[in-house]
Design a protein around this ligand. Structure first.
Ligand SMILES: Nc1ncnc2c1ncn2[C@@H]1O[C@H](COP(=O)(O)OP(=O)(O)O)[C@@H](O)[C@H]1O
Length: 220
């Protein structure tokens, strides 16, 4: 059965690292909406032109822009997936619920990665991304030549990973995304994870949890 998982958590809580790993281990598609938008900005596409000033301010893009992009991506999928960065607001969660119901599909789980703010700030200062393949991780994970461990590209910090931009993204998260935690909890879909214990430990627990959901027939 196909598993469909959404990841919730503040900026730098590890959604990218854990999302990619979960998708790889369980054979699912993976989408980071943030990475998709940063690629659009670098390509200078219409979407990128609209997104650039919004990303620079650390704000969320309008739901009216994000929902059609997601609809297009979801339509192309033939199996399960892990979404990192969608839904990020109640209207986006409504859109996803409607889309799934229209297509006879169900969400398997909403995963909440919990990390305290002071730890998030440390991670923001240490985070780098590869503009070629969108690998994201910590400086310590780079190979000897300081190149991307996945594709060998030249990595660097994300333009939005400044303390000021982080505060703005955190405020957006608290206002628009946190309400989804209660919503998914009330739908018995929420799984909370202490995401401070190291990437391998968090990843191991997460994969085991999502696998066990399938084993117990809770997916559709
Ligand atoms: N679903 C979404 N709705 C609105 N804006 C989004 C969405 N997904 C990504 N973005 C934009 O992309 C930015 C970067 O997202 P992301 O890479 O997930 O970083 P982080 O989780 O560290 O904030 C967000 O701050 C926001 O501006």
């Amino acid at each position: 059965m196909s598993k469909r998982v959404v990841l919730l958590g503040p900026p730098a809580s590890g959604k990218g690292t854990q999302g990619r790993r979960l998708a790889e281990e369980l054979g699912l598609a993976y989408l980071s909406t943030g990475a998709l938008l940063r690629s659009a900005v670098e390509e200078g596409s219409e979407l990128g032109k609209q997104a650039e000033p919004i990303l620079a301010r650390g704000e969320y893009l309008p739901d009216s822009l994000m929902c059609p992009i997601m609809g297009e991506w979801l339509t192309k999928q033939t199996g399960g997936w892990v979404l990192d960065g969608f839904p990020r607001s109640v209207p986006q969660a409504d859109f996803l619920a409607d889309w799934l119901s229209k297509h006879g599909q169900k969400l398997t789980a909403a995963v909440m990665l919990e990390v305290p703010v002071d730890e998030l700030l440390v991670r923001i200062g240490n985070r780098i991304e590869c503009p070629e393949c969108r690998w994201s991780g910590r400086r310590q994970e780079l190979n000897r030549a300081d190149r991307c461990p996945e594709c060998g590209g030249v990595t660097g910090p994300r333009a939005d990973d400044t303390p000021l931009n982080f505060r703005s993204r955190l405020a957006e998260y608290e206002e628009h995304t946190l309400p989804l935690v209660a919503r998914y909890e009330s739908e018995s879909l929420l799984h909370r994870f202490d995401a401070t214990t190291g990437a391998d430990d968090v990843g191991g627990r997460l994969v085991e949890c999502i696998r066990s959901l399938e084993a117990h027939g809770q997916t559709a």
